[in-house]
Design a binder for this molecule. Structure first.
Ligand SMILES: [Zn+2]
Length: 287
């Protein structure tokens, strides 16, 4: 299969009531773990590359690997820019073959967020690329503080969401309903009544960021109320760290064990992705 467009995949997910996981890659091990887990579960998948991780990776090389991985994959793969912050980055990833971008204008005023997003939508749609945007502000920052909290004053307003989607033409909308990036302080409290109102007003598939730490039941309730894309990274990152800690603490490791250490890291990350895909599929088998 090849790379696919986000909008088409989310439409299918919305109709069949499942969600597609969007998992971040920070290296080849993460990329391979995500693709293999999706193939095992026979689920479409979204590979995220976050702009905040670009200083740490060779974006061009990792993107080429992701495009190749998608081409030879047994499942549909969306290659998505996660939390794009500038038009330049959007143009760069479109040139690298990404099929979707998320533009994060959540730190801008409503008017600026709308104007910038609309401009990016025009550019991307002319090139067959989908656009996700964020309205309101999800707690914490991608790649930011260790613990974060959602701020109810920044939750997405359903009325405003309807107008925003109509005026920008976005394909999907990331909502703030009590979700938060990084690790949650205490139990996440999602505002499901707000989510139902957003589903009714927004008119496009909805996206839940800050997936790590939300339980199966809450995820599945959110899916039943219109969530079709779920971003998940912190849990993968923690799994990688746990794997490294275990391996490095065990005695007798030497220089020639490095490939094995990376291999077990990849397996641990893949197991974490598999657990999440199982939850996100919500008992459906779309492929
Ligand atoms: Zn996010």
């Amino acid at each position: 299969m090849a790379l696919v467009n986000l909008a088409d995949q989310l439409r299918d997910a919305k109709t069949k009531k499942y969600a597609i996981g969007a998992f971040n890659m920070v290296n080849l091990e993460f990329l391979t773990a995500v693709i293999e887990a999706a193939e095992k579960a026979r689920s479409p998948v979204i590979l995220n590359l976050a702009e905040v991780h670009m200083p740490y990776v060779d974006t061009e090389l990792l993107s080429c690997a992701a495009v190749r991985a998608a081409e030879r994959s047994a499942v549909p793969v969306v290659l998505n820019l996660d939390h794009g912050l500038s038009f330049d980055t959007v143009k760069r990833v479109v040139d690298l073959g990404f099929t979707s971008v998320m533009f994060d204008g959540s730190s801008l005023s409503y008017e600026d967020n709308l104007a910038r997003t609309a401009e990016i939508v025009r550019y991307c749609h002319d090139r067959g690329v989908s656009v996700e945007a964020e309205l309101g502000a999800v707690g914490g920052d991608e790649g930011g503080a260790l613990f974060s909290e959602a701020d109810p004053s920044l939750y997405t307003d359903p009325e405003q969401a309807g107008a925003y989607v109509r005026e920008t033409g976005v394909d999907a909308l990331a909502v703030a309903i009590g979700n938060s990036h990084g690790r949650y302080k205490g139990e996440p409290q999602l505002d499901f009544a707000r989510l139902a109102a957003l589903r009714d007003r927004a008119g496009v598939p909805l996206v839940l960021h800050g997936g790590s730490g939300i339980g199966r039941e809450d995820f599945q309730r959110a899916i039943s109320l219109g969530i079709t894309k779920i971003n998940f990274y912190t849990g993968m990152s923690q799994a990688a760290l746990d794997s490294l800690k275990t391996d490095l603490a065990s005695s007798g490791k030497s220089y020639n064990d490095i490939p094995l250490i990376f291999q077990s890291l990849q397996k641990r990350v893949g197991d974490t992705v598999s657990e999440q895909i199982d939850i996100f599929l919500n008992g459906r088998q779309p492929l």
